[in-house]
Design a protein around this ligand. Sequence first.
Ligand SMILES: C[S@@+](CC[C@H](N)C(=O)[O-])C[C@H]1O[C@@H](n2cnc3c(N)ncnc32)[C@H](O)[C@@H]1O
Length: 412
Amino acid sequence: MNSTSAPDSTCTITSSQSIHSQAGHGAAHDASTYQFPHSSIYTENMARQDSREKRRRIEATPPNSELAGTSSDASHISAASPTALEEAEAAAAAAALAPPIDYDHGADSASLTSSIRQHNYEYGLRYHGYRPGLYSFPNDEAEQERDVVMHELSIRFWEERYFLAPVEKQLEMRAQVLDLATGIGIWCEQMADKYPLSSFEGIDLSPIQSAEVPPNVRFYVDDMEHEQGWNVDGNKFDFIHLRHTLHSVRNMPELFRRAYEHLKPGGYFEVQEVECIVRCDDGTVKPGHEYALRTWLDAVASGLRTRCGSDLRAISYATAEMRAAGFEVEEHCRKCPVGTWAADERRRVCGGLLAESLIAGIWGLSARPLAAIGWTRPQIEMLLVTVRDHVRDPRNHAYMNFFTIYGRKPLE
Ligand SMILES: C[S@@+](CC[C@H](N)C(=O)[O-])C[C@H]1O[C@@H](n2cnc3c(N)ncnc32)[C@H](O)[C@@H]1O
């Protein structure tokens, strides 16, 4: 089967199951006994998320829709039921509570004021409404929780470090920091708590950040690839950070050039990302498409390429691109297990978190990219069943490379 074309559902399941048993994995595996290694950091982060409840209430549940698809605005559901009406009232209350969010680019700002707060709905999922369609993944509660899990994973994986670039001293004094594609803003908020003298700006397509932020944080709704550039307060930064979003960048050389341009001489640009290429060192995961996570990742990669021209695996060559943009670059790459198979505790916890983030968010991660290459909802759902099984099975010793790459803008 071509990994990126829509599969024959029956064939996919049959072939995956038989190969599964050929690989010696045929014994019954009770998925319900699978325990994700929730740690205290995870619990704390989830508690922080609970305090976002006010904002969450703006997230009216959209009507369920099939892949063949609907695209609707939040207003479509406002009168659907008493619950939806309550949600609409909560939305108004939450919008009134929210801090001012600045966004971009000149004369059309006034008309954007309301439109950036709206969302689009497709496939029963909620997506950003500002510059709709640019980003392929949802911005709803499930995706926000996935951001928390990935945050927890990233901090643990790099030994409780929020960054690897040597910027600690500047941060302790008075640094200006920009977090590109900040998501729920969790990295920015926690960094702002740790470094109260520094100021943090985060930009994202979605207004999903907390209303209760430290005074040294400011969030903007903006497209980091906007053709008119970034419209943020700080023009020159000491540190620019981009995490888990390179897969959706349409023009990496231009984005890196822009980061270079917006740094002070001696400033750093850091990118963190999981490579999304399945690897295995002990033969428990066979080459080819016997491991459904690989099939799925290849399909998502193809879908992203088709939808928006980005590369799911762009981190593989980000070091070269950063050098080409003029940075002095250092690359760190480590193996992150998929699932809880590793002996070492940190790796086991991180592997569990990575598996959790994939499994919990997998429908949201699949819908737009796979629809773009012609998959139907039943086809996707059949593959996802197998992906979940393979990821949860501790006999599959799969891992993916996790990169931190940082570059310094030379002193002039
Ligand atoms: C997987 S989340 C990562 C969030 C955050 N960087 C973190 O590590 O917690 C990706 C985020 O990138 C944002 N995004 C994607 N393309 C963007 C763009 N062109 N401009 C601004 N934000 C973008 C999405 O809206 C989403 O919130």
